[in-house]
Design a binder for this molecule. Structure first.
Ligand code: PLP
Length: 393
């Protein structure tokens, strides 16, 4: 057997280490001064939305695992079975030798559920947006986008090189104004989320599609927080989403007309130049999507728990499984987060730049796996810890 020897790499000179650390530390200090420094807390997830964070047990109300499928025994068993059958990794890009047949099974199921001609699976929702948008528009074209669209939609728009115009959140009249005076010869793409990730409200899809038809634009929706939970008639030509939220696993997809979905195999850089999803992820996703297809009770269950929560706090009827509680300053959101954790609830404070400046919040997210008693206990804890005027607004 030959032995491999690596040459000792040249040690980095210590002044460069100091220089980079000083550069990064100055940025970290600035973030900390504004309560915007982020941290990682090792979290072990268990059944029924239980978590152990840094040794502390809590019930989590901030996962996107809306149907509890990440812990579903059928889904977990499918992951194991796929790894045993196909191995732990894809081995290469889908275009080379990493195109497990499980990708195609998953794509057929998703296209069928969405009612589109075809579907392509990507490594994640972020990668799906980054891959698809530059296949649709380029530097002579225009993107018109809801101002609250997710960071990866913005990144995809920027990557495409198209001019980007934002319209006020869910404001159809402003969307119309942005669509007017578009490029003379270029294409126009209108992008929005179906269910807004930080606000939980729904986009006016029919009105936006009517505008697209009037202005000759294509509509693309990000259904990350709708798929499997919120049944909305969606007329969009291109529909992307993720397998990491209600599906409970990992990965992303883009659905649309067959030739466009075929084009992405040659042109979507986040599909071409990256390794295929591992078989255990695909196997789990196939099982989870089949549960979503066949079991409508789970979606009803999570919505009834979300409604029990909003009723308990006198909040408006929820449109989705996401209930934002706006607190304004980041420090206030962090303070309430800490108090809830003392009562055994993990609800993450969401701060800029994830949400606009001055709109820090608790984003409470529900799952079919929550116990109703825990949902009601969280409402009681919030009544105790929220600043006085918050529930009166
Ligand atoms: C609206 C929206 N789109 C896309 C994504 C990215 O999906 P993924 O986590 O699969 O990369 C997210 C996830 O946070 C999201 O909220």
């Amino acid at each position: 057997m030959p032995t491999f020897r690596f040459k000792q790499s040249r040690p980095v000179i210590s002044s460069q280490i100091d220089e980079l650390n000083a550069f990064a530390q100055a940025k970290l200090d600035k973030l900390a001064a504004k309560d915007l420094k982020r941290g990682l807390v090792p979290t072990t997830r268990g059944v029924g939305c239980s978590v152990v964070r840094d040794g502390e047990a809590a019930i989590s109300f901030c996962d996107n695992d809306y149907l509890g499928l990440s812990q579903n025994p059928r889904v977990v068993a499918a992951a194991g079975a796929a790894a045993i059958r196909h191995g732990a990794g894809a081995g290469a890009s889908r275009l080379v030798s990493g195109d497990s047949p499980l990708n195609h099974e998953l794509e057929s199921m998703i296209a069928q559920i969405k009612g589109t001609e075809a579907c392509r699976v990507f490594g994640s929702g972020y990668m799906a947006n980054l891959g698809a948008v530059p296949c649709l528009v380029g530097d002579k074209d225009l993107i018109v986008m809801d101002e609250l669209s997710h960071a990866c939609m913005r990144a995809a728009a920027q990557l495409s090189g198209a001019e980007v115009r934002m319209f006020r959140h869910n404001d159809v009249a402003d969307a119309r104004a942005q669509l007017a005076n578009g490029p003379e010869h270029g294409r126009i793409l209108l992008m929005t989320e179906t269910v807004f990730s930080m606000d939980g409200d729904l986009a006016p899809l029919q009105e936006l599609q009517a505008l697209c038809e009037k202005f000759g634009a294509w509509m693309m929706t990000d259904d990350a927080h709708g798929f499997g939970v919120i049944k909305q008639e969606n007329p969009a030509l291109i529909q992307m989403g993720t397998l990491s939220k209600a599906v409970g696993v990992y990965g992303g997809y883009v659905c649309g007309p067959a030739a466009f979905v075929e084009l992405m195999i040659s042109r979507a850089r986040t599909l071409v130049f990256t390794t295929g999803l591992p078989p255990q992820v695909l196997g789990a996703a196939v099982e989870a999507v089949s549960i979503i297809r066949d079991d409508t009770q789970l979606a009803k269950d999570v919505m009834s728990k979300t409604t029990a929560f909003t009723n308990a706090l006198g909040l408006p009827k929820p449109s989705s499984t996401i209930v934002p509680i706006l607190l304004g300053e980041a420090s206030v959101a962090l303070d309430v987060q800490a108090k809830l954790l003392e009562d055994g609830f993990h609800v993450s404070a969401i701060r800029p730049p994830t949400v606009p400046e001055g709109s820090s919040r608790l984003r409470v997210a529900f799952s079919a796996a929550h116990e109703l008693d825990d949902v009601l206990a969280l409402a009681e804890s919030l009544k105790k810890h929220l600043p006085k005027d918050v529930l009166e607004k």
